[in-house]
Every structure is written in structure tokens, then in C-alpha cells.
Ligand binder design. Structure first.
Ligand code: PRP
Length: 171
């Protein structure tokens, strides 16, 4: 397996700071909940919320569509539900990557059904060419080609999440 750098730590830090500024402006004056989609988005989420200059509550949801495979099974199940009351809140769903769009579509629907007054989505990486269902995130860190990426939370069979940069994994 070869690993090549796609986004360096410096590029990531700069882009996440920009996203935090934009999100802070857009969510100003609202009761905000940052909802991290476990597990991959933990790294992006903790960096992003530290760049948000508002009071922000933090919660977690976990869905599973992949298992230990490189490709999505297409079946999305909610493994862990959020704990906070979403009613009337402005929720920012935070993902590490949108691939087929199935996970984000499911989480988005679920949070809307919990009575949030505003639901926005932020993804660190977006792979638009891999969509199986249409989905556009409100905030996108980087748009990438349909290649297999690891690091900064992204895994392959649970490995590589702790690599501080984003790398392309190839045969
Ligand atoms: C990955 C990623 C997204 C989802 C994106 O999660 O973190 O949640 O897949 O793919 P999709 O757009 O095709 O649904 P995964 O299920 O691998 O869990 P993990 O975050 O715990 O690694």
C-alpha cells in the first residue's frame, strides 16, 4: 500500500479556520449545537468548534454504512442517538467525508425530525463523483476526486485515523 500526502497539516489548519469564521457569522444569534458524526469526524469537529466564536453545545451521533470495507453497503443504521434536545436549535452536522451521500442524508432527516429550527451540514471532504443520492453540504473543506483517503479521522479498517494529514491510499 502506498500513502501520498493530499492535504498537509498546514493546509488543513488554514481551511478549518476559514470554515469556522464563516460558520460563526452564519450561526450568530442562534442557539447552536455542533453534532459530530462518529467516529471519523471527531478530529475535524474538535478543530472546527475551536474556530467557532459562539456558544456552542456539542453532541454526537453514530451511524454505520461501511463496516470494514472500502465501499458502502448502502444500509445506514443509527448506532448512537444524540442526547441533547434539538427542538428549536440550530444544528450543524459535522462529517469528515461525504461519499455516496447516504449517511448524511439519513442524519439530516433524523435531525430535522427532532424539531431543529435550522439544520446545516459541514464536511471536511466532499467526493461529489461518488454520490448515490443527491446531497450538497453547506460547508465543504475540500472537494476531492473519487480516491481512497485516510488520516485526519479517516480510516481504512480502523487504521490510520491518527495520521495528522490527509493521504491517498493506493495499491
Ligand atoms: C464514513 C464517513 C461518513 C460516511 C460517508 O463513515 O465518516 O460518515 O462514511 O460515506 P457515505 O456518504 O457513502 O455514506 P463510516 O461508516 O466509515 O464510519 P466511521 O466514521 O466510524 O469511520
Amino acid at each position: 500500500m502506498a500513502q501520498t500526502t493530499l492535504f498537509s497539516r498546514e493546509e488543513i489548519v488554514k481551511r478549518v479556520a476559514e470554515m469556522g469564521q464563516q460558520i460563526s457569522a452564519d450561526f450568530a444569534g442562534r442557539e447552536m449545537i455542533a453534532l459530530c458524526v462518529l467516529k471519523g469526524a471527531v478530529f475535524f469537529c474538535t478543530d472546527l468548534v475551536r474556530n467557532i466564536s459562539l456558544d456552542v453545545a456539542l453532541d454526537f451521533i453514530q451511524v454505520s454504512s461501511y463496516g470494514n470495507q472500502k465501499y458502502s453497503s448502502g444500509v445506514v443504521t443509527i448506532l448512537k442517538e444524540p442526547q441533547l434536545d434539538m427542538h428549536g436549535k440550530a444544528v450543524l452536522i459535522i462529517e469528515d467525508i461525504i461519499d455516496s451521500g447516504l449517511s448524511m442524508r439519513e442524519v439530516f432527516r433524523y435531525i430535522e425530525s427532532r424539531g431543529a429550527s435550522m439544520v446545516r451540514t459541514a464536511t471536511f471532504l466532499d467526493k461529489p463523483a461518488a454520490r448515490k443520492v443527491p446531497f450538497s453540504a453547506d460547508y465543504v473543506g475540500f472537494s476531492i476526486e473519487p480516491q481512497f483517503v485516510i488520516g485526519y479521522g479517516l480510516d481504512y479498517a480502523e487504521k490510520y485515523r491518527n495520521i495528522p494529514e490527509v493521504q491517498v491510499l493506493s495499491e
